[in-house]
Write a protein that binds this ligand. Structure first.
Ligand SMILES: *Cc1c(COP(=O)(O)O)cnc(C)c1O
Length: 405
């Protein structure tokens, strides 16, 4: 009964989809370029079946792990890569890159405003609040602005591509490039670290293409293709990547150690990622078009240039936020029978409600929605393994909120 009604609701969305075809076509063109990039890196590094084997103990001479580092370096255009399931989350990965690049006593400058909640807490706990400055995301960064606004020459410049849970907008790769160019002029010795979470494969370029020294991301988001079970990656300057490996393991041990289980899903996930990201982006475009047609404010707008897989919808009330997430959960492949409730979460200041009926726990490469229970009651959608599933989930939301389509 319910599925029949969901399918009927999906049919009613077809008129919207027709008008979205040119935008959908663009996502396919981007996916093609990115798929070719991934394929080239597989070929150049002669990926074969032996790369997938698990290693044990110290994990010395784990060829599959070394090749995977090279493959990521090729795709994300760095001198070296560090792809590890030992990174416990995206924040851990970013922190390893940051801590490794920051000389004692040096300061951090953020060029995308306040970092997302978890990383901000991390900077505070690490005692960096006294050595931190920021320029918000809407200030056009130029050498002049850097000279006049920044008090202390930074050791690390941090740029967050995606909005995360914030009301700020996301930064395109070209905008990141313009910031990096200004930094090079004024602070030539600073290390530029880009948080690439949710951004991978949404555009044809990545942060190292526009001069980032280090790019970091999570494998349970875009580059894991929905298959990677955990982990993170760092790509960039070889000296910095190795220092980050010292941070992850121990000084002197570095990247040549660390047993890694079955690596097939890490390779296969990266291979699938350009396609899967495009599916997700099409789903977000549909969500934006649908909810703006229903009178809700959305960000980005359906036709706006996208640089990440996150869609914000301003619902305006805690009830709508909760019901929205419950409808998404009830349309998930896993845990559909579970009812999400707002709850406090490590690293966040407000209660969060999360709908994530995912195969990989907490993976936001899979279709999920989250909302901090705070003004202006915005729900954030992200990920999605297939456009069809996102469409069905949106139908479930429409039905639950009783919205007229
Ligand atoms: C998800 C996310 C991260 C990484 O978060 P973890 O939960 O630690 O994996 C980093 N930056 C942004 C903007 C994010 O949305």
């Amino acid at each position: 009964m319910r599925l029949e009604e969901m399918l009927k609701t999906c049919h009613k969305l077809e008129y919207l989809e027709e008008s979205l075809q040119p935008l959908f076509q663009k996502t396919r063109e981007i996916a093609l370029v990115n798929q070719a990039k991934v394929l080239a890196a597989f070929w150049e590094n002669r990926v074969d079946e032996t790369c997938f084997a698990a290693s044990t103990g110290y994990g010395y001479h784990d060829r599959g792990r070394e090749v995977l580092d090279e493959v990521f370096a090729g795709v994300f255009r760095g001198e070296a890569g560090l792809v590890r399931t030992h990174f416990v989350s995206g924040t851990h990965t970013i922190w390893c890159g940051l801590a490794a690049s920051l000389k004692p006593g040096a300061s951090v400058l953020s060029l995308s405003g306040r970092p997302y909640d978890t990383l901000w807490k991390c900077l505070l706990r690490a005692g960096l609040s006294e050595r931190y400055e920021e320029i918000d995301v809407d200030t056009p960064v130029s050498p002049g602005i850097l000279k006049s606004r920044v008090k202390e020459e930074p050791g690390v410049v941090f740029i967050q591509r995606s909005r995360g849970y914030g009301s700020r907008r996301s930064l395109s790769v070209d905008e990141i490039g313009a910031r990096i160019a200004a930094v090079r002029e004024v602070f030539p010795d600073a290390v530029v670290l880009v948080d690439n979470c949710y951004g991978e494969f949404v555009e044809e370029k990545e942060p190292c293409d526009v001069g980032a020294d280090l790019t970091a991301g999570s494998l349970i988001k875009n580059p894991g293709g929905g298959l990677a079970p955990c982990g993170g990656y760092l790509v960039g300057r070889a000296d910095l990547v190795e220092k980050a490996a010292w941070q992850l393991t121990a000084p002197g041990l570095g990247s040549g150690i660390g047993a890694t289980g079955d690596k097939r899903l890490l390779y296969q996930g990266l291979f699938m990622a350009p396609h899967q990201v495009a599916e997700s982006v099409r789903g977000m475009i549909l969500a934006a078009a649908l909810f703006s047609s229903l009178g809700f404010e959305v960000s980005p707008a359906a036709g706006e240039k996208r640089t990440d897989t996150v869609q914000a919808i301003h619902l305006g009330s805690p009830e709508l936020v909760k019901e929205f997430c419950r409808a998404v959960q009830s349309a998930s492949p896993v845990d559909a029978h579970v009812v999400p409730e707002p709850a406090p979460m490590v690293g966040y200041s407000d209660e969060i409600i999360m709908a994530a009926g995912t195969f990989v726990a907490g993976a936001s490469s899979e279709f999920s929605s989250d909302a901090p229970l705070r003004e202006p009651y915005t729900v954030f959608l992200q990920g999605g393994l297939s456009y069809e599933h996102i469409k069905l989930a949106l139908a479930s939301v429409i039905m639950r909120l009783n919205l007229p389509v």
